[in-house]
Design a protein around this ligand. Structure first.
Ligand code: 475
Length: 814
């Protein structure tokens, strides 16, 4: 079984001396430099490769174990991965942190310096992309044979800076200096077609020949995904688009037409050029559909290639393969698998459909209507003519099924059709995703319930058993062990071991320490030390954090109204006994989302006004941390006292930042939305600050036609003062659009929840004054966050949706 021994390779060093030898030989032979001339970048690359080698060894053993077992595989298809920085994680997962810290000194650097050079691949927007990264981590930790497929964007999510109080965007050329974590695999490249036309195949009713008008290459590279406390190392395989050799026009180049000569190659490479920075909204740009099809076509061919390495019978495909669709972005894979099976492998339609349906599962991440992807039929027809024909056929058979169950119900047929007819013909990707899969899940209890009862209600009527809930989870390794080493050490001491890191329910053992005064004292001291490190404000102030994408439904504007209210109160009573607060915002707004960018501007304007006010600034500070990403989250979360989860109920599918903050002992102020509900149920209602309308009340108020935002403004003096201040130009004249939108339609009922929110914040202040009580509540939040481990999420998927078993990888014996 042991490949390395079979090849006569020596075992990689595990003593400090051996590790150092390996490091030096990497520096010399692979980096091509010497200790004397090594730059920080040389040292960083050298260390990364040395650590990576240890994982590569485990990867080889994993591949051998998987090959021998021929198991059922999970393929996770996602247009986004927010993997976070790799070096620290891989040091932890390979158990080489201490060896490395020692060894890099011989190169003249500290480990911290080198970790500072480790740039995270920002290949995602927000929650959905980070969830993909947490799930692949947990799949490896749970020994599940899995591959994550994605796109290797040249440019990730834009870099955000604040300039004159407003968001400015810069391109994120994340791999500009290379990426030591990646293995290119050019041999596994695929060819992908676009445009063109279809032709009938003589003698066949269903098969067609597609003659694409454009062909591009997909070249994969992979990053290693080690499990924690196990031997498994899985991979995430990312595709990058390239022009073929033929796409370079030598004759034009020779004629001096340089731009024209490379035009085709440029067009091809544009497919994986940049991540679309739109979170929870759909732009409907053709290039985005092109990206989606590119990902799906390359990945499916790779999946089939892997299947055929070990199997010969198509009837085994669905038993050996489950493909999880991360939202609708990869849904075109359903039509693509049908095309491959019917047109290329010549299966009968019915057999192909049965295989396809049993192979896929779909996770929905939203309820916002604007996030439900649809594509104009004419765009589809031009870009993917054969796929549109296949979708029409799928739809025809599907609508026949509906008609049989609900005869004569034409309104239902219209509602459920994969093709929307009015006001324009469009392909509804969510409908295709429900029709073409075996299981559909939401990402928190409430979300799954609302999916069944609202957006996907007709489908739940037809196929009730298809609909499930799998509540999201997070990686405890990254979000507490790595992010918060002080707290992790205290927990390990309190629980008598590190077992909790791969069995997070063990945190419940902390409950026994929640009344231990000296433990609470230490708990508090750690939070304070983390705040000192973050250096956002006075470490003794209440650190109140709202870190997430900017979106009106998340209601950063509600937090802002609270801040303005505090500002007014302190100004009106400068001698009052105020609880000092540092409010920290971080997050990006989609570049074209003007209302969200207006909120960012107003936050910064209010922050400046407060900072310039000698009366208020000792008690209140507003900080906007630029360029929120995974790395910054790891710094902020350990320092948070209060976690803001204040979306309008019924809008946030789950949230995962809420879980990370609770795990690190922040108390939540939140609505009954997404996973907040499950957090509150577990940490206890007494240890959670709840306010506001619930999802039912919110929907009723919104759709009653009776809601008038202005009534709240007229009724509530503090609210009126806050909005009047904005409108009178008190914050540098900024914020008219924000105020106008609140007083007008107020889509997300911000003013309806204002009073409940402010009163609840007053309660937060009262509890904060009693630090012993606060710390006890904090410990209980951590103690009861075990359920929110992504390991549990993956076990749920494995048992109820994937029906896969772990395949343990043998240890390296010698
Ligand atoms: C939800 N992103 C969170 C999280 O399940 C949830 C990206 C590109 C295009 C369109 N949408 C996206 C999302 O929709 C997204 O990140 N959704 C989030 O998924 C994981 O916890 O509530 O908003």
């Amino acid at each position: 079984m042991d490949l390395r021994q079979g090849l006569g390779l020596r075992r990689l060093g595990r003593t400090a001396d051996e590790f150092q030898q390996d490091l030096l030989s990497t520096l010399y032979y692979r980096r091509g430099t010497t200790v004397e001339s090594a730059s920080a970048r040389d040292a960083y690359e050298t260390l990364s490769l040395t650590v990576r080698d240890r994982l590569a060894e485990r990867r080889a053993r994993t591949a051998a174990a998987h090959f021998a077992t021929n198991p059922r595989w999970v393929y996770y298809l996602s247009a986004e991965y927010l993997l976070g920085a790799q070096l620290e994680q891989n040091l932890l997962y390979s158990g080489t942190g201490e060896l490395a810290a020692e060894a890099v000194k011989t190169l003249g650097f500290t480990l911290e310096e080198l970790e500072g050079l480790d740039i995270e691949p920002g290949l995602g927007n927000g929650g959905l992309g980070r969830l993909a990264a947490c799930l692949v981590d947990a799949m490896a930790t749970r020994d599940i044979p899995a591959v994550g497929y994605g796109i290797r964007y040249d440019f990730g999510i834009f870099k955000q800076s604040i300039s004159g109080g407003a968001q400015a965007e810069c391109p994120d050329d994340w791999a500009f200096q290379g990426n030591p974590w990646e293995f290119p695999a050019p041999d596994d490249r695929q060819t992908v077609g676009f445009y063109g036309h279809t032709e009938p195949v003589p003698g066949s009713q269903t098969r067609k020949r597609w003659i694409p008008g454009e062909v591009v290459l997909g070249e994969p590279s992979h990053m290693l995904v080690p499990g924690y406390g196990t031997e498994t190392v899985n991979i995430v395989r990312l595709w990058r688009a390239r022009g073929s050799e033929a796409s370079f026009d030598l004759s034009r180049f020779s004629a001096g037409q340089y731009a024209e000569a490379v035009q085709e190659a440029v067009r091809a490479e544009n497919i994986s050029k940049v991540l679309y920075p739109d979170d929870s909204t759909e732009l409907g740009r053709e290039l985005r559909l092109k990206q989606q099809y590119f990902l799906c076509s390359c990945s499916l061919r790779d999946i089939i290639r892997r299947f055929r390495l070990r199997n010969s019978d198509w009837s085994d495909f669905a038993d050996k393969t489950v493909i999880q669709l991360n939202d609708t972005h990869p849904t075109i894979a359903i039509a693509e698998l049908m095309r491959l099976l019917v047109d290329e492998y010549e299966l009968e339609w019915d057999q192909a459909w049965s295989i396809t349906r049993r192979t896929f599962a779909y996770t929905c991440h939203t309820l916002l209507p604007e996030a439900l992807e649809t594509w104009p039929v004419h765009v589809f027809e031009r870009l993917l003519p054969r796929h549109l024909e296949i979708i029409y056929l799928i739809n025809m058979f599907f609508l026949r099924e509906v008609e049989e169950r609900f005869p004569g119900d034409t309104d239902r047929l219209r509602r459920m059709s994969i093709i929307q007819e009015e006001p324009e013909r469009r392909v509804r990707m969510a409908h295709l995703a429900v029709v073409g899969t075996e299981a559909v899940n939401g990402v928190a209890e409430l979300h799954s319930k609302l999916l069944r009862e609202t957006v996907l209600n007709d489908f739940a009527d037809l196929w009730p058993a298809k609909f499930q809930n799998v509540t999201n989870g997070i990686s405890p390794r990254r979000f507490i062990k790595i992010a918060n080493p002080r707290l992790s050490d205290l927990i390990t001491e309190g629980l008598g071991g590190e077992g909790w890191l791969s069995d997070l329910d063990q945190l419940a053992g902390l409950e026994a320490l929640a009344d231990d005064a000296s433990f609470l004292e230490r708990w508090r001291a750690i939070k304070r030390a983390n705040k000192v490190d973050l250096a956002a404000g006075d470490p003794d102030s209440l650190t109140d954090v709202m870190i997430k994408r900017f979106h009106e439904y998340k209601r950063q504007q509600l937090k802002l109204l609270h801040i303005i209210t505090l500002y007014h109160r302190i100004r009106n009573d400068p001698g009052g006994d105020w609880v000092p607060r540092t409010v920290l915002f971080a997050g990006k707004a989609a570049p074209a989302y003007h209302a969200a960018k207006d909120i960012i501007r107003l936050i910064n304007a209010v922050g400046s006004t407060i900072a310039a006010d000698p009366v208020v600034s000792p008690y209140l500070k507003v900080v906007f941390a630029e360029n929120y990403n995974v790395t910054l989250a790891e710094r902020i979360i350990p320092a948070a006292d209060l976690s803001e989860q204040i979306s309008l109920a019924g809008k946030e599918a789950s949230g995962t930042g809420n879980m990370k903050l609770a795990l690190n002992g922040a108390l939540t102020i939140g609505t009954l939305d997404g996973a907040n509900i499950e957090i509150r149920a577990r940490v206890g209602a007494d240890n959670f600050f709840l306010f506001g309308l619930d999802a039912f009340q919110a929907a009723e108020l919104r759709y009653s036609g009776q809601y008038r935002a202005r009534d709240n403004y007229e009724r509530d003096g503090e609210l009126r003062a806050a909005i009047d201040a904005i409108q009178s130009g008190a914050f540098g004249g900024v914020g008219h659009e924000v105020a106008g939108s609140l007083l007008g339609w107020d889509e997300y009922l911000t003013l309806a929840d204002y009073r409940a929110y402010v009163d609840c914040q007053d309660h937060v202040d009262r509890v904060w004054r009693d630090q012993a009580t606060w710390s006890r509540m904090s410990v209980l939040n951590t103690a009861h966050s075990g359920f929110f481990s992504a390991d549990r999420t993956v076990s749920d998927y494995a048992a109820r949706i994937w029906r896969v078993a772990p395949v343990p990888v043998p240890r390296d014996e010698d």
